[in-house]
Ligand binder design. Structure first.
Ligand code: URA
Length: 212
């Protein structure tokens, strides 16, 4: 698995405001959208293209355009939904699928409660969106499921990661025979006893949409 930790002053600035507990939900949502666009720029470095020649007003130009079938963006509900807008702004023609996963706050185990994906994922490049890589349970489950459905290449875009989650993901991905990449805005210190990332930003879903 390839791991890319963003190292950019604009990302660091936006993440700092995001972490601040006094940042309200509307500002938080706007920042998440902006951060995803910056992270997606790196995450889509290997997106497939095909050659295309166009005529400029001056001369022919041998360029490239996104290949078909288009990439599939899969936000993990609920918090991943907050990242969708930024991603589809960057790739408006991407297909979008949804995976609903929730973790049991006592066992920290993830379970799937909703699933809406394109019928055929064979040969598709997939971008999973989930803001927090904590224990890694949700992401590992999502990756297993998408590989089972035929995904050919998976990139996970997260805002913050814990070292424990990256280690678990690396171990789980060692046996997979497709390219898997993690792009994270920052690598934090650790997980606390409740499975929250420290220093982190708290519960991403609650901060995006309010406490339910
Ligand atoms: N999920 C969150 O929303 N926050 C964490 O810190 C860990 C998991």
């Amino acid at each position: 698995m390839k791991v890319h930790v963003a190292n950019h002053p604009l990302i660091a600035h936006k993440l700092t405001v995001l972490r601040d507990k006094t940042t309200n939900s509307p500002t938080f949502r706007g920042l998440v959208e902006e951060l995803v666009m910056l992270l997606a720029y790196e995450a889509t470095r290997d997106v497939k293209t095909v050659p295309k020649t166009v005529e400029t007003p001056v001369a022919p130009f041998n360029g490239e355009v996104l290949a078909k079938p288009r990439p599939v963006v899969v936000p993990i509900l609920r918090a991943g939904l907050g990242m969708l807008e930024g991603m589809v702004r960057l790739i408006p023609s991407a297909e979008v699928g949804f995976l609903g996963m929730v973790r049991n706050e006592e066992t920290l185990q993830a379970t799937t409660y909703a699933n809406r994906l394109p019928e055929d994922l064979n040969g598709r490049q997939i971008y999973i969106l989930d803001p927090m890589l904590a224990t890694g349970g949700t992401l590992i489950m999502a990756i297993d499921y998408l590989i089972e459905r035929g995904a050919q290449e998976i990139t996970a875009i997260v805002l913050l990661s814990a070292p424990e989650g990256i280690k678990a993901l690396e171990e789980a991905c060692a046996s997979k025979n497709i390219p898997i990449t993690l792009v994270t805005g920052a690598l934090d210190e650790k997980l606390n006893e409740k499975g929250y990332i420290v220093p982190g930003l708290g519960d991403a879903g609650d901060r995006l949409y309010g406490v339910v």
